[in-house]
Design a protein around this ligand. Structure first.
Ligand SMILES: [Mg+2]
Length: 191
């Protein structure tokens, strides 16, 4: 599955909230959704520890890695919303420094753009948003190869779509978001 196929499939489960009907309103709404979602998923990624006591046994490590990969996929889902809204293709940035600040500088930028677009009613800076989103994507790709070893980003994307197919058989709904079949989702993550 390439990244463009992934974006298309990911959007099937996007939650569209009411906005004021203008292009700016839609942009601001989806930018806030993407930026906030990426922040929350990075928090979940940090909680999915692949080192320490719980990951010290083969079974514990397998669960930890599964959770870690799930969160990498979740981050990609929110990147897909941004790529679609701002019309760019997600790709690894040639300037990405794996020894740098990690997600920090990129989520700072995305959050700032979301704030300015939504609350100050300023036009979105597409070039800067694309750069920040590709910075986040570069971090995801880097962590994917560093932490999981053999897994490719394509596998992470495919697993994410499998999970969402279980969670939302048709499309996003508030009911399905609140009533999840975690056992079936776990199966999809390990298929
Ligand atoms: Mg998550």
């Amino acid at each position: 599955m390439n990244i463009n196929e992934y974006v298309k499939l990911a959007l099937r489960t996007e939650s569209i909230r009411p906005f004021d009907g203008t292009d700016h309103g839609r942009r601001a709404s989806r930018l806030v959704h993407g930026a906030l979602g990426i922040v929350t998923e990075i928090g979940e990624l940090m909680a999915a520890k692949t080192t320490g006591d719980e990951a010290s046994t083969p079974a514990g490590l397998a669960i930890a890695l599964r959770n870690y990969k799930e969160e990498l996929g979740d981050i990609c889902w929110y990147l897909a919303v941004l790529a679609d809204e701002f019309g760019f293709t997600l790709k690894e940035s040639p300037e990405f420094d794996p020894e740098g600040t990690g997600f920090g500088v990129f989520i700072d930028s995305l959050s700032d753009h979301a704030k300015r677009t939504w609350f100050y009613n300023l036009p979105a800076n597409v070039t800067s948003i694309e750069a920040a989103a590709n910075g986040v994507f570069s971090c995801v790709c880097h962590l994917c190869s560093k932490v999981t070893g053999s897994d490719s980003i394509e596998e992470i994307l495919e697993t994410n779509i499998r999970k969402l197919q279980v969670r939302y058989p048709e499309k996003f709904s508030d009911w399905h978001a609140a009533n999840r079949d975690l056992e079936a989702e776990t199966k999809a993550l390990t298929a």
